[in-house]
Design a protein around this ligand. Structure first.
Ligand code: FMN
Length: 137
């Protein structure tokens, strides 16, 4: 199984989530494609069995810019794919992830329940990321 984990992160919080997720996915023996949205190869991602994408809540409950650009580029290739969305936030209630889920569903993806962590993942958050990753496969 090939699993892509692509993320954007401005201060390292979503990156820390992505690293925990990567560790859990790699431990299952899956082939992992891992990297940032500004540097990711769209065709390698859309040819994956499972696509896990991370972005912090930015602007006013929107995706971080490089993830918005990358995601727009792969959106038409998500039909029939298993997709999981994650990210860090601060003061909101998760609207950016709910909107992103709707977009992915509209693109024809099967979307796992999203995972959000308040600011920096610490304590239980790390194991939550790892459990989420295994369920998302
Ligand atoms: C310009 C800017 C806009 C933000 N907008 C939101 C927002 O709309 N909702 C929210 O819950 N948090 C918002 N945040 C907080 C970030 O989502 C939060 O700091 C997050 O942990 C950043 O994750 P990162 O280190 O992966 O970039 C914003 C932060 C900045 C700097």
């Amino acid at each position: 199984m090939k699993v892509s984990i692509i993320y954007a992160s401005t201060t390292g919080n979503t990156e820390a989530m992505a690293n925990s997720i990567k560790e859990a996915v790699a431990s299952t023996g899956a082939e992992v494609v891992f990297g940032t949205a500004d540097n990711a190869d769209a065709s390698s991602v859309t040819s994956s069995d499972v696509i896990l994408l991370g972005s912090p809540a930015m602007g006013d409950e929107v995706l971080e810019d490089t993830m918005e650009a990358f995601y727009t580029g792969i959106e038409s290739g998500l039909s029939g794919k298993k997709v999981g969305l994650f990210g860090s936030y601060d003061w909101g209630d998760g609207q950016w992830l709910r909107d992103w889920e709707e977009r992915a569903k509209a693109a024809g993806a099967t979307v796992t329940e999203s995972l959000m962590v308040h600011l920096t993942p610490e304590g239980d958050d790390i194991s939550k990321c790892q459990e989420w990753a295994k369920k998302a496969l």
